[in-house]
Design a protein around this ligand. Structure first.
Ligand SMILES: [Zn+2]
Length: 632
């Protein structure tokens, strides 16, 4: 688990030079929205999003589309993208200093760009398009209008997403370019703090369990209410946000420093970001907490497999080693990009744990149960076997190993077993036994195939951040006879995809219209796809989850919207895959906004004939097609 730490630490120290303020007064950057006036942000650089760090700033546009977007500096357009997802309509502009600025979710481009894009869309017969204009084909001076702000792509409300990237396409923090348009004198706000045991011998208040700490607030100084008892290696985790003047949005905290007994243990400064490492956010924030409906904390330690380069640590990667009878003064400083600071203080007392604890279990225990936390198997039993041994027998097939309880929670005995020392098939205590689900060990950086009766999983050397104890399960739900293929734990993130083959019930599906869908306890279904080969269906996924196979034989719905050459298109199960419109047999451009289920005609020019037979074909992911014919 901890093998490649030394190299990582060397790299970190080489990288951790201070980041200077990059503003150049001779040719400054201009704010792209309402320059020289007060502006407000709804997002800052480095915020923790579900699968990436926010790569720029989100500038508010007064809740509406249509604000002029200004070139931040002179330069020319190098890339234009029109997409129904992600950045929507986006412009990339190269500047003389080698930096590129990015403007996303635009409603429209400047007229000369818009005209060029439309010509190309008609030429290539596609709405979604990516173009790379010639140098100086679209050149702009500082502050010239290059487009109109909007809400296109993955945007959930009108705003401008603005980025500055260096010549290696690394994202820089735009707030270091000295924009007076943004005011911030509010320090970061702490919302939660937690401590996690980092190996099998660690205890926090006697337990092997991630524990959230109660905090008192005085202004922007926070203090843990109680001294905390702990022993062994522990990791600190912090949850909070930053506010800027004049807006209620909760933005990210990018700079956090941890000092223990006056010495720096860990620093992070999310200030420069390589796109290739974006997915490592899944080991930056505690994925298990997020997947069990918690918020995104910052881990104040570098977890196994995390290759992000904006940390500075001592030799322990930020992990704190608590020794018996020692006191640890922990002082944490949080900064926003404007230097406003808040602090958190807590004291950890190195105390050998009691064996009998008054803490109660946080779930209902029916005799015996287990969880897997990281690489530790944690077994709970109600200890009521009088005169019997309190030992738990782990059955490995060829041998049996006995372990004693590590501690008791009232009348519940808690046993811990390091899975790297072997994976038991079952466990037995007095007369209570438990078959463990199918657990398989998979190492990172290696090829591995896991085969069960119902599933085949192919891992590549890139699939995992860390060793995985994969649990597989299969059941047919009785009420709707759905096959559920489970791969877990869902609390473990995948770094890149795993190839999966499911063996389906024979003669039960339609290979043309049946596909794999991800599902959850709430009964949501998300189309994944998949290719049939006899009774097996293959797909790839980046998420350990429950999967099922569903048949979609219902064609998309198409209806006129409000006459204005616009139409509503919807598909209930598999979702819209493509559409094509023709007027009198000629291809015609339709813009598409999936958020509103809306498509509408974008005429090549005003002289174009706008009457005749209009045919709109809409196809879903299962290949069902609706042909809508009308007279315009
Ligand atoms: Zn954004």
């Amino acid at each position: 688990m901890k093998s490649n730490r030394i190299n990582l630490i060397l790299l970190l120290f080489l990288y951790s030079l201070p980041f200077a303020v990059l503003a150049q007064n001779s040719d400054p950057y201009t704010f792209p929205i309402r320059p020289n006036k007060t502006n407000f942000l709804s997002g800052t650089m480095g915020e923790l999003r579900s699968s990436h760090f926010h790569a720029g700033i989100d500038i508010k546009t007064g809740g509406k589309i249509g604000e002029p977007v200004h070139a931040t500096k002179r330069g020319y357009i190098t890339r234009i993208k029109v997409s129904t997802s992600g950045y929507g309509n986006a412009l990339y502009m190269l500047h003389p200093d080698g930096n590129t600025s990015v403007y996303a979710h635009l409603d429209e481009f400047a007229p000369e760009i818009q005209e060029y894009v439309r010509q190309e869309q008609y030429k290539q017969q596609t709405f979604e398009i990516e173009l790379f204009p010639k140098p100086y084909q679209f050149a702009f001076k500082t502050q010239e209008v290059i487009g109109i702000s909007g809400n296109t792509g993955g945007s959930l409300g009108p705003h401008l997403h603005f980025e500055i990237r260096d010549s290696q396409q690394r994202v820089l923090n735009p707030l270091h370019y000295g924009f007076d348009e943004i005011k911030d004198n509010i320090p970061p706000i702490l919302q939660g703090f937690a401590i996690r045991p980092m190996n099998i011998n660690s205890r926090i208040s006697g337990e092997f369990k991630r524990t959230e700490i109660s905090i008192n607030r005085t202004g922007f100084n926070y203090k843990a209410i109680d001294t905390l008892n702990a022993i062994g290696e522990i990791g600190l985790e912090l949850w909070g946000h930053d506010k800027l003047n004049g807006s209620a949005n909760k933005n990210g905290i990018s700079i956090i420093e941890v000092e223990v007994n006056g010495e720096t243990l860990f620093k992070q400064n999310i200030d420069v970001m390589s796109f290739s490492l974006q997915r490592h956010i899944l080991v930056h924030y505690p994925y298990d907490v997020k997947m069990t409906d918690g918020p995104r904390y910052h881990k104040l330690y570098i977890d196994d497999g995390n290759q992000l380069k904006f940390y500075e640590t001592q030799s322990t990667n930020g992990v704190l080693h608590i020794e018996k009878n020692k006191l640890y003064d922990v002082n944490i400083k949080m900064y926003d990009p404007y230097g406003n600071m808040s602090t958190l203080e807590l004291v950890i007392n190195g105390k050998q744990s009691e064996k009998f604890l008054n803490n109660s279990l946080d779930f209902q225990l029916d005799g015996i149960d287990y969880t897997i936390e990281e690489n530790i198997l944690k077994i709970f039993t109600i200890s009521n076997c009088e005169g019997e041994s309190e030992e738990l027998n782990l059955n490995f097939g060829d041998k049996i190993e006995s372990i004693k309880p590590e501690y008791y929670l009232n009348n519940t005995a808690v046993y811990l077993w390091e899975l790297k020392n072997g994976i038991p098939q079952s466990v037995l205590n007095c007369n209570k036994g438990l078959n463990l689900r199918s657990i398989h060990e998979v190492y990172p950086n290696d090829y591995k195939v896991i085969s069960t009766d119902k599933m085949n999983l192919k891992f590549s050397p890139y699939s995992l951040f860390d060793t995985l104890y994969l649990e597989t399960d299969y059941e047919i739900k009785t009420n709707d006879s759905l096959e559920i293929f489970s791969m877990g734990p869902i609390t473990t993130p995948l770094k890149s995809s795993v190839e999966v083959e499911l063996t389906a019930i024979p003669n039960h599906y339609n290979p043309e219209k049946s596909h794999v869908y991800r599902t959850d306890d709430a009964g949501n279904f998300t189309y994944e796809g998949g290719e049939w080969q006899d009774e097996k269906i293959n797909f790839s996924t980046r998420e350990l989850s429950d999967y099922t196979i569903l048949t979609d034989s219902i064609a998309p719905l198409v209806k006129e919207n409000n006459g204005n050459y616009s139409y509503i298109i919807e598909d209930e199960l598999s979702g819209i895959k493509s559409y094509e419109a023709k007027l009198n047999g000629e291809w015609i451009l339709m813009k598409y906004e999936p958020k509103d289920n809306l498509i509408w005609i974008d005429w090549l020019n005003e002289e174009m004939n706008k009457t005749g037979e209009f045919v709109l074909k809409v196809t879903d992911n299962a290949g069902n097609e609706t042909e809508y014919i009308t007279k315009l």
